[in-house]
Design a binder for this molecule. Structure first.
Ligand SMILES: Nc1nc2c(ncn2[C@@H]2O[C@H](COP(=O)(O)OP(=O)(O)OP(=O)(O)O)[C@@H](O)[C@H]2O)c(=O)[nH]1
Ligand SMILES: [Mg+2]
Length: 389
């Protein structure tokens, strides 16, 4: 199936149902009081993470998602039904962003996690609510408030522990083939990999981690060169990055230059990502003699002013790869457990939260300031009046 990691959809919560103006009409009951019921609340739209999904492709085909509106109130004190909520199932790892304001509404990182993305409208009040000792036949009601409408960008960020980074042709896909059972395409031309691949690495029985292979980066990627840097977002949740460097590029380019270019692009994309733990991995060591190899590695490390970990492997011959996988496993195990849970206190502000509140406040004001004149002129009031027989 095609891998789609971005989709823009429109979500519309249901409007609140309006209140009703009605009076009790019954034989032998003269002047029955008001009995108009309230409307029902509009349904909200939620996203829910579901591990049975692994792409956002469905949202490319179906872009409009609407929750049910609340039913209007009815006579005989009948309250309208609330609209049903709409729950959209998305892959684990999905991030919801408001497309217009770029505000991140939340990350769905565990199966079953739910996120409110559009809040349903508040119900209108029926005329029963406006009854008071001085106004016994109120003809007011309020309309339900509109449900929230939002243009929503869904981004799928892969959940992997280790992310591979490097120029096209550096051997990233060969590396993931060597350490896991993933079988991404490998070829001797740049941009063989067009979508991210995940592999599960099992260096010791019962212990594993996930590794992500993304398309190669080139200089200027931040400005759109090659496949751009949009795949870097998949590395945001990795705990460590492996920068794979081709030690003997076939086109004769200097590995130092290309390694610097990659770091430059990484920094341009996000300083946070650039600050993640990163190890250098020199690949294709089989192309050099042992003495040559050490001298070349030393020179590159020195020219890059690199002080972190350095490894040498031959992904093709699987030399050094399982040792590196073990090191990665131990490193990941030594890190404190990651808190992926969304902080419940960091509540997302909904655009129309204030709107809903303002409406409720104004209702209360109306209620208190109610004029006690029974036979008022309808036109004086900014409310819709329905006469029911
Ligand atoms: N000699 C040698 N060749 C290798 C080694 N690892 C990868 N290659 C070759 O390098 C070429 C590119 O390998 P890929 O794994 O496709 O490289 P990639 O980094 O995934 O490239 P993109 O997907 O284009 O970004 C292929 O022809 C591989 O056979 C190695 O350790 N030694
Ligand atoms: Mg590849």
């Amino acid at each position: 199936m095609k891998f789609v990691d971005e989709a823009v959809i429109r979500v519309e919560a249901g409007d609140g149902g309006s209140g009703c103006v009605s009076f009790r009409r019954e034989k032998y009951v003269p002047d029955g009081g008001p009995d108009g019921g309230d409307g029902g609340d509009g349904g909200s739209v939620f996203l829910q993470a579901d591990e049975n999904f692994n792409t956002l492709i469905e949202f490319r085909f179906e872009r409009f998602h609407m929750a049910e509106r609340g039913e209007n109130g009815r006579g005989r004190d009948c309250t309208g039904h609330s609209g049903k909520d709409l729950i959209l199932r998305v892959p684990v790892g999905t991030r919801a962003v408001d497309h217009d304001t770029e505000e991140v509404l939340g990350d769905l990182t565990t199966h079953g996690q739910k996120l409110l993305v559009a809040k349903g409208g508040f119900h209108g009040l029926g005329n029963t609510r406006f009854k008071s000792s001085t106004n016994r036949a109120p003809r007011q009601k309020t309309l339900g408030t509109p449900g929230e409408v939002r243009s929503l960008k869904l981004e799928l960020l892969l959940l992997a522990d280790v992310g591979l980074l490097g120029m096209p042709n550096a051997g990233k896909s060969t590396f993931i083939r060597a350490v896991s059972r993933a079988t991404p395409k490998v070829a001797d031309y740049p941009f063989t990999t067009l979508v991210p691949n995940l592999g599960v690495v099992n260096p010791r029985p019962g212990q594993s981690f996930v590794i992500a292979d993304i398309p190669g980066l080139i200089e200027g990627a931040a400005d759109g060169a090659g496949l751009g840097i949009r795949f870097l977002k998949h590395l945001e949740r990795c705990r460590i990055l492996l920068h794979i460097i081709d030690i003997e590029p076939i086109d004769g380019t200097d590995p130092v230059e290309s390694a610097r270019a990659i770091v430059g692009e990484l920094e341009k994309y996000s300083p946070k990502l650039a600050g993640k733990p990163r190890w250098l991995v020199f690949n294709k060591t089989d192309l050099l003699l042992e003495e040559e190899l050490q001298a070349k590695v030393d020179r590159i490390v020195k020219e890059m002013n690199w002080e972190g970990d350095v490894y040498t492997v031959s992904a093709y011959n699987r030399h050094g790869t399982s040792e590196l996988a073990l090191k990665l496993l131990d490193y990941i195990a030594s890190l404190p457990p990651e808190d992926n849970k969304v902080d419940p206190d960091s509540e997302v502000e909904f655009k129309w939260d204030n709107y809903h509140q303002a409406n409720i406040d104004s209702l209360n004001e109306d209620y208190v300031d109610e004029d006690d004149d029974d036979d008022f002129d309808d036109d004086d009031y900014d409310v819709e009046v329905i006469y029911q027989r």
